[in-house]
Design a protein around this ligand. Structure first.
Ligand code: NAD
Ligand code: RM4
Length: 253
């Protein structure tokens, strides 16, 4: 029960990696704000699972790219539990698209959700954490895509590099308040975000074989790492990133 007295906000927690992180934090005692963008039914299921495992949860419908909705979400968390200790910036989108077909609108939308969303939530959460005076944890889902390119992800990889950089700068700004800021860089985790891409068994087999551990990841491969970064054991980790890719990145030769 590492998070028995903590309140955690997990963005994009209705599905995939965010869902796994929210349930993991809740199962260890956190009171969890399950954020979602209009996916109430799925978010309620996540909240119910947290409660089933002995935790507490509330759902918060908020598009993270919308400043007003983000402010309302943090107000609701304070109204309910009067504190915020952990923020996990997880919400993200990546519609796979050819470079020559990439539109300005899609480029902007991906930046708004992935990067601006992390900015808005980090600023809102850190103001609360600063005023509480008890420190805090900001953990952001960057990606192996912050380190390497992706041919169908030309709109997305810059946002993941940007999130990693945002955490590095915030580690400096927020360190004096005892608020640590770190990134997780997952490799390829099978979720809805890449489900269409991996419909093709040839691509699935090829990409799985590139991972020294022999498989693509699953959301729970990331959840434990997020819980570690949120825990007291990670108290001196600040401005760092943890690559969680089964060895994919080092498998170049
Ligand atoms: P997913 O599509 O399964 O889940 C994304 C979640 O974000 C969903 O709950 C969705 O509703 C939510 N979301 C989308 N737009 C939102 C918005 N505007 N406001 C609030 N929530 C929103 O994808 P996932 O694989 O679980 O991805 C989670 C994070 O992990 C993303 O930031 C992604 O970039 C990152 N990541 C994923 C992988 C991977 O291979 N799956 C690898 C590296 C990094
Ligand atoms: C990740 C990484 C994965 C991809 C997802 C969509 O950051 O690039 O390989 O499947 O994004």
């Amino acid at each position: 029960m590492r998070f028995a007295d903590r309140v955690a906000v997990v963005t994009g927690a209705s599905r995939g990696i965010g869902r796994a992180i929210a349930i993991r934090l809740g199962s260890e005692g956190a009171r969890v704000v399950v954020n979602h963008p209009g996916e109430a039914e799925m978010a309620e299921q996540v909240a119910a699972e947290i409660v089933r495992q002995g935790g507490a949860a509330m759902v918060a419908d908020a598009d993270v790219s919308n400043a007003d909705r983000v402010a309302q979400m943090f107000d609701a968390a304070l109204t309910r539990w009067n504190r915020v200790d952990i923020l996990v910036n997880n919400a993200g989108i990546c519609p796979f698209v050819e470079w020559f077909d990439l539109t300005e609108d899609l480029f902007e939308r991906v930046h708004q959700v992935n990067l601006k969303g992390a900015f808005l939530c980090s600023q809102a959460a850190s103001r609360i954490m600063r005023d509480q005076g008890r420190g805090g944890r900001i953990i952001s889902l960057s990606s192996i895509s912050a380190l390497v390119g992706g041919s169908f992800q030309t709109h997305y990889t810059p946002t993941k590099a940007g999130i990693r950089s945002l955490m590095q700068s915030l580690a400096i700004v927020l360190g004096p308040y005892g608020i640590t800021c770190n990134s997780i860089l997952p490799g390829t985790i099978l979720t809805d975000i890449n489900q269409a891409h991996y419909q093709d068994p040839t691509i699935l087999t090829r990409d799985s074989a590139r991972v020294p551990l022999g498989r693509l990841g699953e959301p729970n491969d990331i959840a434990g790492v997020a819980a570690f970064l949120a825990s007291d054991d990670a108290r001196y980790i600040n401005g760092a990133d943890i690559l969680v890719d089964g060895g994919l990145f080092v498998n170049l030769q």
